[in-house]
Design a protein around this ligand. Sequence first.
Ligand SMILES: Cc1cc2nc3c(=O)[nH]c(=O)nc-3n(C[C@H](O)[C@H](O)[C@H](O)COP(=O)(O)OP(=O)(O)OC[C@H]3O[C@@H](n4cnc5c(N)ncnc54)[C@H](O)[C@@H]3O)c2cc1C
Length: 488
Amino acid sequence: MQKIISDVVVVGGGLAGMYAALTAEQQGCKVLMVCKNKIGRSGSSVVAQTVHRVAEQNTLNQELYFNFFWQSGRFMGNPELIKTLISEGPRAVNHVMSLGVHFEKGVETLPNGGEITRYSCEPRKGKLLTTPVAEQVRKSGISMLENTMVIDVIFQAGEINGLVCLCKNKILLVFAKAVILATGGFGRIFSETSNPIGITGDGQAIAARAGARLTGLEFIQFYPYRLRWPKIFDLNPAIFDQGALFINEKKERFMRNFPKAEQENRDKLAQEMFKQREVFLDLSGMSQKDLEKHPILADLVKQGYGSHLKMQVTAHFSMGGIQINSEGETDIPGLFACGECTGGIHGANRLAGSALVECAVFGPRAGRSAATYATENATQTITPPTLNLPLLGNDNIRTLVLLLRPLMWTKAGVQRSEGDLLQCQSELIGLSEMLTHLQPSSYQHWFEAKNMLQISKSVVESALVRRETRGSHLRIDYPNENSISQQL
Ligand SMILES: Cc1cc2nc3c(=O)[nH]c(=O)nc-3n(C[C@H](O)[C@H](O)[C@H](O)COP(=O)(O)OP(=O)(O)OC[C@H]3O[C@@H](n4cnc5c(N)ncnc54)[C@H](O)[C@@H]3O)c2cc1C
């Protein structure tokens, strides 16, 4: 069995992982990044629309942004984490620019009167963000292991000592003093998702198996702005200021009576869209001049699709995940986490433009904490762990995943009820049983399915326990929000 030794290992090659690795290396540590795909070219980071929203430093705007953020998350976000995100946001965006990213800047007004600055790459393509950052990683002394999947952490003598990985279907052990999980969300457990392949909740499942606490798994953001037909792409919500509307199959503008109409908070909008049989994008109210500012839409109209632009709500962002404090520490010594695999910042709903800022603020924080931990702690003598691997064969794991994803979408997706969740829970037990008998040709597919099943079960359990409707968590059998203290 091949073995590698490092001070700090970062799992995941998205933005959070890259920021964490760069910081840990700057602290003088030997750093290794392990990614199951390509570093800087995988995960949600590379498909992101690049929007970062921050309230500039030392202004009343930071206070107003905090209030808006906390209220939008329906008072479920951790105030300490939100404060860190908001106070460090501007500095973090400057740091991203210092890594070679070019942003366009704009100013926006919050519904409570505050002002925030929007930074985005133009055009809004994630690779404009990830490519320069990945170049910095390649130029640094960080070692990289790509196409290598982490399947578990090695947890011995009360602390993390390394990782068990899979590379070309072979087991590889990595010994390290500190591990940072930056594996992204778990949107792929749903059949309708904007998340790319590989976003299967591995980090959350690994952390939970090691005994770390997860939080808020019932809160999943369902995204309302994805055009499904005749082309799949995410709309720029600015079109709704220019006359675009959503209509249903009866040609009714179903958001008409909501204060912000098509620009309602994402949770409300997605839920209203889900209630319609079909939702179409109506561009007839846009001027030709405005339409031409959106070339893909203008093109579709030119091709005659103007009255057939079909929308689809999709699972977009995992608000829940590994519980961390503002230093990126989990409750396990030596285990750190950052980015979308963590939970607790956004609460029950996420504001647009906050996830990338989260990576930029908490990635470096986790990197710094892990480096300090690695410097202060000696390497342990490690006993190679016992591994429970499935027997290899010719079974197709995809068959199971194709049952799991629609099950989660229909029974534990946008709209939930106790009956559906209990049925889902029992079908998940059946699928887990099925997995234990499968003999895959690739260990990676088997372990991804195992993680997806584990996280699906946790999502369903959390959704069952939360007997209320709050933010993105809609329980049709408990349609009201329970009262809680909103005092800080
Ligand atoms: C279509 C889309 C548009 C978005 N637009 C915006 C936006 O404009 N603004 C905003 O703020 N947010 C946006 N978001 C959200 C934001 O992009 C993500 O929250 C953020 O990029 C997550 O970064 P991350 O580094 O935590 O994870 P990711 O970028 O998802 O990276 C996870 C990495 O971990 C690797 N990995 C996973 N499991 C393992 C394993 N077991 N072993 C090894 N490697 C593993 C993956 O291969 C990947 O490299 C968008 C999301 C989507 C899907």
